[in-house]
Design a protein around this ligand. Structure first.
Ligand SMILES: O=P(O)(O)OC[C@H]1O[C@](O)(CO)[C@@H](O)[C@@H]1O
Ligand SMILES: [Mg+2]
Ligand SMILES: [Mn+2]
Length: 480
């Protein structure tokens, strides 16, 4: 059912892997921040029962942190009433007394977030509580300059497409075709780099750093860092379906992070609909707080409502700005108008059922996507209906490739196993690299980048792939 390890998966025991940095350095920080958040929430509560449970949660999270840091065994998840507990515990059993420092990275990291969720699920007053919500919203506030830049551009493009069915400046049909291809690629690249602001990695980023990552200048400079780019293939698929006048043309997005990344996902979604490259967009969020910054259904609703009253939203400061002693600058009238345009466009598309949110517990299971056809047949059948399924971000890529130590030249179509040729699912991974696994590279490319500064050299570690500086956009047709 699961990935059959012809090629071993990355393991926390490997000192050359980002896995080992994660378990030793990053997870304790993430858990400490979670504990702080619960403290804060408990502090302002007047509800005795909630306070009491809050204290218990803090002690449970501290225990989890201790166990991970001190290489204890992973314990079975308690029955918190959810159906996925059994699956997690079976996998844990199959791993045989696994300890934190010598367990497959992918499973242990999913287990970490599932275990946090189960702690909250076991209480009455904290069920479903999202310890990362505060961080997610605050980082979105910090993205203000990029959000404003993009909303102005979006308003212009969508207005042009919807009123004149053209791209500004295109005169002949051929020019229009070219312009549409370029625009499509630009929208996808915005969507790709939106992933660079993932919260779990960039815990030390300042406001200025975030802004630098997001503007259009930064994007142009980063184009050379996309080491494999299959966007033309993806465009051809959507274009032929459009030409064939297929009535229902769906594009799915397996979402990654909330805040700025979700914002750019919606930019892409709205663009595809306005350009007629899709008729429906199905978004797949997570069902529990996941890898710090991943999208939950409520993150979607919160983002939309923030845009509905942008002046009020930006009258509050992000945490970083508060610390820096800044005061909020009101938005100009034009800025308010473009943000409200987004709000209206997206709310309308959502109400009309052209943008749909479709959660499934499959996305927060412990293993790779190799199991999709077997363990989530309904989700699998559903994805086959789509013209193109976009998998956003690093974790989705790790799950597609089973987080295994493939040689970097392994074809992408091979590394995604059952979702490759014959699956009936058209896959497009948009991934900034933040972990070891990478496939589908031309011969010599891995070595070339390793030799660049900070690339890892001869250390045996593929360090270049950890920082989000490099990206891959990879396509698999899935032909039956
Ligand atoms: O939000 P993303 O892009 O999936 O990134 C999640 C992060 O967490 C990790 O899984 C590591 O903990 C990395 O793969 C990545 O840095
Ligand atoms: Mg993340
Ligand atoms: Mn994520």
């Amino acid at each position: 059912m699961e990935y059959d390890p012809k090629i071993p998966q990355y393991n926390n025991s490997d000192p050359n892997s980002f896995a080992s940095v994660s378990v030793r350095d990053r997870w304790p920080v993430i858990l400490t921040q979670g504990i702080d958040d619960v403290h804060r929430e408990t502090h302002v509560s007047k509800d005795e029962e909630k306070i009491k449970e809050g204290k218990w949660i803090v002690s449970e999270l501290a225990r989890l942190k201790y166990e991970a840091q001190h290489d204890r065994e992973l314990t079975p998840l308690p029955d918190d009433g959810e159906a996925d507990v059994a699956g997690y515990n079976e996998e844990l059993k199959a791993l045989g007394n696994a300890k934190w420092h010598s367990v497959p990275w992918l499973f242990s990291e999913c287990y970490l977030y599932r275990r946090i969720a189960s702690t909250f699920n076991q209480t009455q007053k904290w069920k479903g509580y999202d310890i990362f919500a505060r961080q997610k919203m605050s980082t979105f506030r910090s993205s203000r300059p990029a959000v404003i830049e993009l909303s102005a551009r979006y308003k212009e493009i969508v207005t042009e497409l919807e009123s004149k069915h053209t791209v500004k400046g295109a005169k002949t049909q051929e020019e229009l075709g070219q312009a549409e291809r370029i625009l499509f690629k630009e929208m996808c690249e915005i969507c790709l780099w939106g992933n660079a602001t993932d919260l779990s990695l960039l815990t030390t980023l300042t406001y200025e750093d975030i802004q630098k990552l997001q503007g259009s200048e930064a994007r142009k400079a980063s184009e050379k860092n996309i080491i494999v780019n299959d966007l033309d293939k993806a465009f051809n698929i959507l274009r032929s379906a459009q030409k064939a006048e297929t009535k229902e043309r769906r594009v799915d997005i397996i979402l990654d992070n909330a805040g700025f990344e979700l914002f750019v996902d919606l930019i892409l979604a709205g663009y595809l609909l306005a350009a007629g490259l899709a008729t429906t967009i199905v978004l797949h969020p997570k069902s529990i707080p996941w890898f710090v910054s991943d999208v939950l259904p409520q993150d979607f609703l919160q983002l939309i409502s923030a845009l509905g009253d942008p002046q009020a939203f930006y009258s509050e400061l992000s945490d970083d700005d508060k610390h820096a002693g800044k005061t909020p600058t009101p938005l100009s009238e034009t800025e308010v108008a473009s943000l409200k345009f987004l709000f209206e466009h997206w709310s309308h598309l959502h109400q009309e059922g052209q943008i749909v949110l479709r959660p499934n517990r499959f996305w927060t299971e412990g293993g790779s996507f190799w199991r999709l056809p077997k363990t989530a047949p309904n989700a699998y059948e559903d994805l086959k209906e789509s013209e193109l399924v976009l998998f956003k971000g690093d974790l989705n890529y790790r799950k597609l490739t089973a987080d295994a130590a493939w040689p970097a030249t392994t074809p992408f179509t091979e590394a995604i196993g059952p979702l490759g040729p014959g699956s009936g699912v058209r896959v497009l991974a948009l991934r900034t690299c933040k972990a070891d696994v990478v496939v589908g590279l031309p011969e010599g490319e891995d070595e070339r980048i390793k030799a660049t500064e900070g690339g890892g050299g001869d250390s045996g570690a593929r360090k270049w792939a950890w920082s989000g500086k490099w990206a891959v956009v990879q396509f698999s047709d899935g032909k039956l």
